[in-house]
Design a protein around this ligand. Structure first.
Ligand code: SF4
Length: 457
């Protein structure tokens, strides 16, 4: 979902401006956490070259809009954000996933100064240099060693790769971002170390396919702190587990080798949490979706994981109304859901994405049927999620504080990722601060959230 990070307000002049002592760039960041990481990298580059970053349209000399191009609704939102930035500031550079549709952007907003695509950091910087030259030599020392982050100080997204080798029929990410390109493990670990040294308490590992990490590099071994680590999922999880931070794994597919990471969860080195985008359960629909990882034995695999880590929380996303999905397929999904007992689930009604192979599939599901299935799905899952939350009442669990206000705080347990899962509404938090990890006694469960008080014991 789009997450505007640094939205600004009101800015008048459109004419080229005299460059001030420190040129100022505003940034609007839309899209998924991966896009947020791109924005952070761009911000880091900007700051390293002496640009100031402002949260105000009025003060910005130029505004960067980092767009999302995943779904048509996200594209529309991106186009609207570009329009808003033009209306409020007038000098706009577009980047991100929608950037691959430069003609569409220029047709709707001919005023944009430049359009670049996803991960084109060099091109973005070139566009900024062209339209807002740096005032003077780089102030490298202005950049904190961990770079500039848009997330709160105590958690950070760690992007381990770009692109994807899969070709799911509903997805255009591989055509936007290319095949899997993993970062060598020592680079990722160096970044993780910097983040932890800067106060980060929770690392959120993200990519398009985390379990495939390193495949493109043939799992090349690298030396890090006197030890050899292979550029692969298991070694990455192991090494991150040694940083002392909470390590949360997102976008993992249930490949057999994921089994090897479960003992790290049992040992408390990695959070007992897996974000696995299942998307469906019916073998027929999964085949049409061209999903990776054989789903046949997934329920067995989940059961085996839970035998080792009874607390394992699993979050997932699903698509209902995919072309060709029959009532029987849908019922299969509901039955599967009942057995899988997932903790957190998002559900989307299938939406055709321009350029996706699935658009050519027969058997479009009528909107009214999609809607009806979505409601049935949500009702079934809500009951499962609520029961799983309720089972936590009475327990004492470690929680990390995100926001503190007087005696109350919004916190998260190890089972909840920021922004996408629920919160723990905490009392007794006076004197604590964001990033603190304390033990909470869980006193109640709501539809999505838990209530708790700080444990004094
Ligand atoms: S795994 Fe499938 S849905 Fe995910 S990015 Fe790759 S192609 Fe797209």
């Amino acid at each position: 979902m789009p997450t505007p990070a640094t939205r600004a307000r009101k800015a008048p002049a459109r004419a080229p401006r005299a460059v001030k002592a420190q040129p100022r760039v505003g940034i609007v960041s839309l899209g998924c956490p991966k896009a947020l990481v791109d924005s952070e990298r761009i911000l880091t580059r900007l700051r390293s070259e002496g640009y100031a970053v402002t949260g105000s349209y009025e003060q910005a000399d130029v505004v960067l809009v980092n767009t999302c191009g995943f779904l048509d609704s996200a594209k529309q939102e991106s186009l609207e954000a570009i329009g808003e930035a033009i209306a409020e500031n007038g000098r706009v550079i577009v980047t991100g996933c929608l950037g691959v549709e430069a003609e569409r952007i220029r047709a709707e907003h001919p005023e944009v100064l430049a359009v670049t695509g996803p991960h084109q950091y060099e091109q973005v910087m070139e566009a900024v240099h062209q339209h807002l030259p740096p005032a003077h030599e780089p102030f490298v020392d202005l950049v904190p060693p961990q770079g500039i982050r848009l997330t709160p100080r105590h958690y950070a997204y760690l992007k381990i790769s770009e692109g994807c080798n899969n070709r799911c029929s509903f997805c255009i990410i591989p055509s936007l971002r290319g095949d899997l390109a993993s970062r060598p493990i020592h680079h990722v670990l160096a970044e993780a170390e910097r983040l932890v040294a800067a106060g980060v308490k929770e690392l959120l590992v993200i990519s398009q396919d985390t379990s495939a990490y390193g495949l493109d590099l043939k799992y090349a071994p690298q030396s890090w702190k006197g030890r050899t680590w292979e550029t692969r999922f298991l070694d990455l999880a192991r090494a991150l587990g040694e940083t002392g931070a909470w390590v949360r794994l997102h976008y993992v597919y249930p490949y057999p080798h994921v089994d090897q990471v479960i003992p790290l969860m049992a040992e408390g080195r990695v959070l007992p949490y897996l974000d696995i985008p299942f998307q469906h359960a019916s073998p027929r629909v999964l085949k049409a979706m061209r999903r990776p990882a054989h789903q046949g034995r997934v329920l067995e695999r989940l059961a085996a994981w839970r035998r080792q880590v009874p607390d394992l929380a699993i979050r997932s996303t699903f698509i209902v109304g995919f072309p060709g999905e029959s009532e029987e397929d849908f019922q299969f999904l509901l039955d599967w859901l009942e057995e899988a007992q997932l903790d957190r689930v998002g559900c989307f009604k299938y939406e055709a994405v321009a350029g996706a192979a699935a658009n050519a599939l027969p058997g479009a599901v009528p909107e009214a049927v999609k809607e009806e299935r979505w409601h049935r799905f949500m009702q079934a899952q809500q009951a499962i999620s609520a029961a799983r939350l309720k089972a936590r009442v009475g327990r004492r669990l470690p929680v990390i504080l995100d926001q503190v206000e007087g005696d109350t705080a919004a916190a998260r347990s190890q089972f909840d990722a920021p922004e996408i899962d629920g919160v723990v509404k905490l009392t007794g938090a006076a004197g604590l601060k964001p990033g603190d990890i304390v033990t909470a006694e869980i006193t109640g469960a709501e539809a999505y959230d838990l209530t708790a008080r700080v444990s004094k014991g």
